[in-house]
Design a protein around this ligand. Structure first.
Ligand code: HEC
Ligand code: HEC
Length: 203
């Protein structure tokens, strides 16, 4: 605390952010069992194992751990705002976030969503044309802090893509708002329909 008082508030937040983002790699072994225990609250909304059954609520399963912990951190610090998640993240420590991220990341993503036949052809074309695959990976499975979108909830995808385009959804580096700026409503409908179907069927 004494050290932090020398910094301006912004600098202190940056230092905390940096420490948090590098912590998992350097010296902290995330505890999946502790994450699972803590996740009992989360699965009320995010579904069993983080496979959401509510169209507007995102799945967390199979998401890169760093994308989950980064999102939680940004909710807690007020960079990303949502009435529900901002309130919940306020009570989470960095260790809680890493444990929750490790747990949800370890679960297989499933979906019952069926993509329309024509979008199985147009969808991949648009995902290449608009560089979605450049950042989110060839199969849209995400990488490090970049979220997995494959098999994400259909309504959630539409809401977020519209939000990035309108610049109402916060964006850590502006990349996603730039990517969405060129999409029209038709593109968003095709991409969301295609991407939502990209996961395993439940057993
Ligand atoms: C009352 C319902 C509710 C509960 C409980 C809840 N969430 Fe959420 N969560 C949401 C909603 C709604 C969103 C989408 C917010 C948005 O649109 O930005 C969300 C978003 C998220 C995201 C961002 C996902 C993404 O793909 O960007 C993460 C990570 C997350 N929640 C983790 C958790 C964790 C961990 C818990 C348990 C500690 C939890 N949530 C509990 C409703 C909930
Ligand atoms: C230059 C890199 C880049 C490109 C290109 C890009 N994205 Fe993203 N995308 C990101 C990053 C980084 C985030 C996380 C933004 C944040 O939460 O601050 C993101 C977030 C998202 C989200 C929200 C995910 C969630 O769980 O909340 C969706 C949906 C998405 N991207 C879809 C797409 C689609 C569809 C395309 C192609 C039209 C695309 N992205 C192109 C980097 C990119």
């Amino acid at each position: 605390m004494l050290i932090f008082t020398r910094f301006k508030w912004e600098a202190a937040v940056l230092v905390r952010a940096a420490a948090f983002l590098y912590f998992p790699i350097s010296c902290y072994a995330a505890d999946i069992e502790a994450g699972k225990a803590k996740a009992q609250l989360c699965i009320i909304c995010h579904g069993p194992g983080g496979n959401s059954v509510i169209p507007e609520y995102p799945s967390l399963s199979g998401q890169p751990a760093q994308a989950i912990s980064t999102a939680l951190f940004r909710f807690r610090e007020g960079n990303r705002k949502n009435p529900i998640m901002s309130a919940l993240a306020a009570d989470l420590s960095n260790a809680d976030m890493n444990n929750l991220a490790a747990y949800f990341s370890s679960i297989k993503r499933t979906t019952t969503y069926q993509t329309q036949a024509e979008n199985l052809v147009i969808g991949p074309e648009l995902a290449n044309k608009y560089n979605c695959t450049q950042c989110h990976g060839p199969k849209l499975l995400g990488l490090q802090h970049i979220p997995r979108v494959a098999g994400q909830q259909h309504e959630y995808l539409i809401i977020q893509l519209r939000g990035f385009k309108a610049q109402t959804r916060s964006d850590m580096d502006g990349n996603m708002s730039s990517a969405a700026a060129n999409l029209n409503d038709g593109d968003i409908a095709v991409l969301a329909d295609y991407i939502a179907g990209l996961a395993d069927r439940p057993d």
